[in-house]
Design a protein around this ligand. Structure first.
Ligand code: FAD
Length: 483
């Protein structure tokens, strides 16, 4: 019987656990244990229902085009619970001065693909619009190495596009800083398009034409679960043997088995996991932790690997969710919400109008606003009290939306050092991590530090870590049998 430990019970660790559980049910001779430091599973995913409204502490949905999350939900019998975003109402505003200006139609991230809406928008100055036209006709030379998303945007569309579009979008999605984030890691497709077409506008128009001829039914941009993202966590947990899940059990050290005193020598050598409750022995470990967590466990084993992992920066975030009677929100502009550029010098990064984004997540007659603060540019807000954060948010909502009504409830959630930031050179760093991990048989990594920070990417890394672990154990068993 091969024994595998999963460290970390966020969605990456749960993705790994579900893959191992399926392999076990299919007859593979394995058992596994999942260690989670917190008293509950899910990591940053946590949902609660307040006054009938679904309030999310972390992610509220996932990108539909990335299949791993919806696929996991279907496997767990949650297919009927999947809920697409209400895209007919999708409109996002950018705060400029005191005005909320809608993103022009046809924008694909920072690339304009429709002439008239781009020409007419008040979001960009005439100078920026001329630069956008020039990008189509006389695109800049493609980059020869990785660069920041801001640098790439500036070369193609100018500084105003960085300030009013790219920075707020990345702060809203990644809690990140466009001047730091790597274009090759965060916008890989754009980097490839630039190499092929030079003009991003031409590349996007070509991609749109190709998609148009494919004649597939349009999918909603985002998908969530009717009862909240925690449904996914609870559904995985319900499939796992409860006695194999160790909550409130932080792993504080791992070691090679041959280094552990009082342990029998085994072949192939395995790993020791140490928790406050003692030691346990395993053939393989899946580290589904933030990169800084894996770094501290791996430091005594492989110092350069730990250095590479601890070099992945993380940002923190705060969400302030406010419940209202819908009558108080009648003056809200139609749409999914707004983003706030750093140049506006406010605490708010973004605000989602939850009751518009997803149908049925709040009861009739209620409205829900979800505000984001913190991120790479405002970490110190984490130290503020709930009362102070509420005052800050209400004041800014009054200034931006003219919203004077008091909310019927407020929920505040802080996610510390939770969002991996893929800085310039991230792909080289991760290649180094992969090369060194390949030298540590029985160790696999999963989580948001590696191949995408979204929920589907994290699930995929967990599943891939489980699959590669099972393959390696199988190969080792075959090899040992052959000797
Ligand atoms: C506020 C917020 C909003 C987001 N919004 C979206 C969104 O809308 N859509 C989307 O796709 N993504 C979103 N994301 C990103 C996405 O949710 C995360 O990247 C993903 O859930 C991370 O999963 P994970 O398992 O890698 O890490 P985590 O969820 O961080 O889980 C890691 C787990 O490891 C545990 N742990 C740490 N150290 C130890 C140890 N030594 N021993 C045992 N356990 C340990 C932790 O307690 C934690 O439970 C959001 C993230 C945040 C914070």
């Amino acid at each position: 019987m091969k024994r595998i430990a999963i460290l970390g019970g966020g969605i990456a660790g749960l993705g790994a656990a579900w893959s191992l559980e399926k392999a076990r049910r299919a007859g593979q001779e394995i058992e596994y244990r999942l260690y989670e430091a917190a008293g509950r599973l899910g990591g940053v995913i946590a949902s609660e229902t307040v006054d009938g409204c679904v309030v999310e502490a972390g992610p509220d949905s996932f990108l539909t085009e990335k299949p791993a999350a919806a696929q996991l939900c279907r496997e767990l019998g949650l297919g009927d619970e999947l809920l697409g975003s209400n895209d007919a109402e999708r409109k996002t505003y950018i705060l400029v001065g005191k005005r909320l200006i809608p993103l022009p139609d046809g924008l694909m991230f920072m690339v304009p693909t429709k002439l008239l809406p781009t020409a007419l928008t008040r979001l960009f100055s005439v100078r920026t619009k001329l630069q956008m036209a020039r990008e189509f006709l006389f695109p800049p030379e493609p980059a020869t190495s990785d660069e920041s998303v801001a640098d790439m945007t500036r070369r193609h569309f100018g500084q105003e596009t960085v300030d009013r579009l790219v920075s707020p979008l990345l702060a809203g999605v990644y809690g990140g800083d466009a001047d730091q984030l790597s274009v090759r890691a965060v916008l890989a497709r754009m980097a490839q398009m630039e190499q092929k077409h030079r003009s991003l506008t031409r590349a996007m128009l070509a991609a749109r034409k190709q998609r148009g001829s494919a004649k597939t039914a349009p999918q909603p941009l985002f998908t969530t679960l009717r009862g909240g993202m925690s449904q996914m966590v609870d559904a995985v947990a319900a499939q796992l043997p409860p006695e194999w899940i160790h909550l409130s059990t932080e792993v504080h050290a791992i070691d090679r088995m041959e280094n552990a005193r009082h342990q029998p020598q085994r072949h192939p050598p395995g790993w020791v996991v140490e928790t406050p409750f003692g030691q346990d022995l395993f053939d393989a470990l899946i580290l589904a932790l933030p990169a800084w967590g894996s770094a501290s466990l791996l430091r005594p084993i492989d110092h350069p690997l730990a250095e590479a992992l601890s070099g992945v920066p993380y940002s923190s975030s705060i969400t302030v969710t406010l419940g209202y009677d819908i009558g108080s929100l009648l003056n809200l502009p139609p749409g999914f919400g707004f983003l706030v550029p750093a140049t506006e010098q406010r605490a708010l990064l973004a605000c989602t109008f939850v009751h518009t984004k997803f149908a049925g997540r709040v009861p009739e007659g209620k409205g829900l606003l979800r505000c984001f603060l913190g991120g790479a540019r405002n970490e110190e807000l984490l130290g503020e009290s709930d009362a102070r954060l509420t005052v800050i948010v209400l004041k800014e909502l009054e200034q931006i939306l003219g919203l004077k009504a008091a909310p019927s409830f407020v929920r505040i959630h802080r996610s510390r050092q939770a969002m991996a930031q893929y800085g310039v050179g991230h792909l080289d760093r991760i290649q180094l991590v992969r090369d060194r991990i390949a030298e540590l048989p029985g160790i696999a990594l999963a989580g948001n530090a590696y191949q995408g920070i979204g929920v589907p990417d994290c699930i995929r890394t967990g599943q891939e870590a489980a699959d590669s672990t099972l393959r390696a154990l199988h190969d080792a068993a075959v090899g040992a049998g052959a000797c």
